[in-house]
Design a protein around this ligand. Structure first.
Ligand code: GRF
Length: 226
């Protein structure tokens, strides 16, 4: 029966992960789920590119995956509608952007308002927004002569890289850093930070006050549940 088929198989946090590239972020989440550090299940991986290495990772771990490319739709709004529908079909609790290089449309952002996260390899609001992705971010940080950089996990709002910040962690920029060495240092931080943010979300410990994300202490959260 259809009604039975759509019943949740478990009460774990249902994640949909959106990818476009190498998939190191997806792999971090897979590892955290498989090790039991993150109580969640990846119900869908959506790739905006057919050739994304991230798709291979999804296949290797037997995760449901689809390719949805903006170029296959005549209008941005139809692509937005198709993506939103795919996320709704799998009843995603949280949409996790993982190196996803396509801007989300208004239908998806509003349908999943407060339920979409992204990670960015700088201390936002510095070096964020259009054009700042991957190695471009680290190149700009080095070019500017910054002494620190880092990673930011945020909720997604219509403006790129401008949503409320959930977690941030700094790393030093060393005198002899190259784009590669700095990227590696930031990636180490990302590996811990993103699963932690998802875990906090799943535990119901994140709340929004204006632009500020409040993280409840474990005890504080338990107390408010009664
Ligand atoms: C990282 O810079 C991360 O901050 C950003 O995407 C990059 C990783 O790409 N969101 P991928 O996960 O290896 O495809």
């Amino acid at each position: 029966m259809l009604a039975e088929a759509v019943l949740p198989l478990s009460n774990k946090l249902r994640l949909a992960v959106l990818v476009s590239g190498g998939g190191s972020t997806l792999q971090n989440i897979i590892d955290a789920v498989e090790s039991g550090a993150l109580q969640a299940e990846i119900t869908l991986v959506v790739s905006s590119r057919r050739d994304a290495l991230a798709l291979e990772r999804a296949k290797r771990h037997a995760l449901p995956h689809i390719v949805l490319r903006p170029r296959d739709y005549s209008a941005a709004s139809s692509f937005d509608h198709a993506l939103c529908a795919a996320l709704e079909v799998v009843r995603a609790d949280l949409v996790v952007l993982a190196g996803y290089l396509t801007a989300l449309g208004s239908e998806t952002v509003s349908a999943f308002s407060g339920r979409i996260m992204n990670i960015h390899p700088s201390l936002l609001p510095a070096f964020g927004g259009h054009g700042y992705y991957g190695r471009h971010v680290h190149a700009a940080v080095l070019h500017h002569g910054c002494k620190v950089s880092g990673a930011t996990v945020m909720f997604v709002t219509p403006e790129v890289d401008a949503g409320p910040i959930i977690l941030q962690e700094a790393v030093p920029v060393l005198d002899d850093d190259t784009v590669e060495t700095l990227a590696k240092r930031v990636a180490e931080v990302e590996k811990r930070l993103y699963p932690l943010a998802i875990k906090l979300y799943g535990a119901g410990r994140l709340s929004l006050k204006g632009r500020r994300v409040h993280i409840a202490e474990e005890a504080e959260h338990e107390a408010s549940a009664y």
